[in-house]
Design a protein around this ligand. Structure first.
Ligand code: R7I
Ligand code: MG
Ligand code: MG
Length: 341
């Protein structure tokens, strides 16, 4: 089962990215639920002649994280940074965040002299709080789930190569934890949503209470997860607009990672206007229906759902339409072989 969870996690992330990308930046009010239903029905239906759906920066960088961990069987800052830079310059048109490209530029010009410094200099020295660390972190819990402290350490350092703001770092840690908790749970038995959420809140609260992670303003991951709990309790009495409003759907980590987790948890049960028997599809369809940063929120929720349900929950037709499926699947298997041998 663990191999299926590894593949489900990375192919889940890829699928959310590829199928969410066409909707990126649409406001929630502009997304027709019936049109989205038809879009997914077609994607999952009998194969039709269409180009594959292109992946974006989310997958390009996830690939780098996985390849680097596999190549060194450890976190190697220089190597990972070098892969990010090379990947970017080979194909800069993958929809990268507006400011992270400055980091790649500096790393390139300075020939990777100090791999940490360009990220620290972002936004006048406060560092980026974008979701770029969280969106690419999925390979880390796969690689290091047997060693909790090491897992958090790698998640933090791999994020710090581009994002040093505490909200950027903690968002990647929360996404890591969400996947980690799924790897350990059996999808054959119904998920205990309350228990899962409590464990996530307990773990992120410990992380946020550490002195170097205190954020000056009022927003915290703990606070966002408490809102998530309230929204989950409301069940069907909450519409996409409210979810988007309360949890956020933008490119900042704090207003997107908890949203992705919400989609995974909410999709454990049927959702109005989403007609499917597949809880994986329900997860990413719900994520996309919220609008905003659809590729990234669908990708992060897809990684979590895939780590819980496994690869068999993602329909073959859907998988076949995602660019890079074979590469991503082989990286998942390499990670699996590495950590189980
Ligand atoms: O976080 P990042 O890699 O972007 C990822 C997003 C995903 O949605 C991808 O799919 C792609 O579309 O981009 O890139 P950054 O440039 O570091 O951060 C993204 C954006 O967040 C920035 O361009 C800013 O608009 C905003 N942002 C900030 N704004 C003000 N002050 C991030 N940090 C700050 C900040 O400290
Ligand atoms: Mg993207
Ligand atoms: Mg995005």
């Amino acid at each position: 089962m663990l191999a299926k969870k590894f593949r489900g996690c990375l192919i889940g992330a890829l699928s959310g990215d590829c199928f969410g990308a066409p909707y990126e930046d649409e406001p929630v009010s502009a997304i027709s639920k019936t049109q989205l239903q038809t879009y997914f029905d077609n994607l999952e239906g009998p194969p039709f002649k269409t180009p594959q759906y292109r992946y974006t920066d989310d997958t390009a960088m996830t690939k780098c994280v996985a390849e680097s961990l596999i190549a060194h069987n450890a976190f190697n800052a220089y190597d990972m940074a070098e892969r990010f830079v090379k990947e970017y310059y080979v194909d800069p048109n993958r929809g990268y965040g507006a400011n992270v490209t400055d980091v790649f530029g500096k790393l390139n010009i300075q020939n990777l002299e100090n791999v940490w410094k360009p990220a620290e200099e972002q936004f006048g020295g406060s560092g980026s709080y974008g979701n770029g660390g969280a969106m690419r972190v999925a390979p880390v819990p796969l690689f290091a789930h047997k060693n909790y402290d090491l897992m958090l350490d790698i998640a933090e350092k791999s994020t710090r190569l581009t994002h040093t703001h505490p909200l950027g770092v903690n968002g990647a840690l929360l996404q890591t934890l969400a996947i980690y908790l799924c790897l350990k749970r059996n999808p054959e038995t119904p998920l205990d949503i309350a228990e899962y959420t409590k464990e996530l809140i307990d773990k992120i609260s410990i992380i946020e209470s550490q002195s170097n992670r205190v954020v000056s303003d009022q927003v915290s991951y703990r606070g966002q997860l408490l809102k998530l709990q309230t929204l989950l309790e409301l069940g069907d009495n909450v519409v996409p607009y409210q979810i988007a409003e309360e949890l956020g759907t933008d490119v900042s980590a704090v207003f997107s990672v908890p949203t992705a987790i919400y989609c995974f948890l909410r999709a454990q049960n049927p959702v109005p206007d989403i007609n499917t028997s597949s809880p994986f599809r329900r997860t990413i369809q719900l994520a996309i229906s919220l609008g905003g940063d659809t590729d990234t929120i669908a990708s992060m929720s897809g990684a979590i759902a895939g780590a819980y349900y496994g690869i068999d929950s993602i329909s073959q037709n859907l998988q076949n339409l995602a660019e890079g499926r074979e590469i991503i699947d082989s990286l998942a298997m390499k990670l699996y072989n590495q950590v189980t041998n």
